[in-house]
Ligand binder design. Sequence first.
Ligand code: AOF
Ligand code: ZN
Length: 366
Amino acid sequence: MSDPDRRFMALALALGRRGRGQCWPNPAVGCVIVKNGRILGRATTAPGGRPHAEPQALAQAGKAARGATAYVSLEPCAHFGQTPPCSQALIEAGIARVVAPLEDNDPRVSGQGFAQLRDAGIEVVTGVLADEAARDLAGFFLKTEEGRPFVTLKLATSFDGRIATATGDSQWITGPAARRMVHAMRFDHDAVMVGGGTARIDDPSLTVRDLGVRRQPVRIVASRRLDLPLLSELARTAREVPLWLAHGPDADRALVEAWEGIGARLVCCGLVHGQLDLRSVLKELGALGLTRVLCEGGGAIAASLLANDLVDELVGFTAGVTIGAEGLPGIGALGLARLAEAPRFRLIETRAIGPDVLHRWARKER
Ligand code: AOF
Ligand code: ZN
């Protein structure tokens, strides 16, 4: 593995990350075409997942692609799906070498892309920045393997872990820089999810604002009984920005129809112990194509996700303010007796964001 290989692969990964939140149900892949150290083409999977990255980068390179190296952040696809296989496009363009970190776990590809390239006499190099690529594409891999999206749980809290005062005052605990970052996080995910309580109390819009974006993440509210206000920001904007409501099988038929009439998509999910089964909710969301979901609370849904071991990354914004024990806790009851049972995560980043602190934690392999 040479140094230029790492450098150009880092660029392919960065291009791929740029497409996250916009390519579902497909992975956001990056591709760079390089000859004699010069970049001839670069692309990201298009919004909506097609065209794939490789044909776009090849089109930029044109005839000059002959003899070049293609850096792709995932194994090129091998199947005739909605588009012809990228492996064939690379072969036909006369690419001499393909560098890709890891196999695509889609059963239609899974090693066959690499095999087709090798059969055509193309040198294939794998493993370059594989850990980074696996992290970037974790949502797509999880959806394919376990049928559920990657889940990020975000909490903006006081020093003592509260998200509001006892009267519900929560604006604002963290500063503008942290709040801007939350908008960037929304854009980086396929969907933003909250529980019914948060939807009722905060009347949120859950859209990405002030970043000049065209494509908005899907907004999801998990509410067993659909007892949500029909006069609300979410309802008002349901035809402009997708609004999906995950509800239980016992939700009132009239409410289901009312929300459908407003333009929401209704997703019926299973129950467990008289509550929405978050495992079932995520399965349904995975089946609908979502690869990355950002949960923004409140306490009940956060606790449910944690208790079911469904959180892949925690992102905390902590402010230098204390609210006290009567304040609203960011995470509801987990019913733990012993610390050994508490969900524990591995620290991956800390950073000051204006007057607040950002901390990110990854799920430990269990
Ligand atoms: C690539 N390059 O940029 C992406 C790939 O339904 P289709 O035909 O679009 O195929 C979707 C599958 O293609 C998807 O499940 C994944 O395996 C792969 N995505 N492959 O060569 C790309 N986005
Ligand atoms: Zn492809």
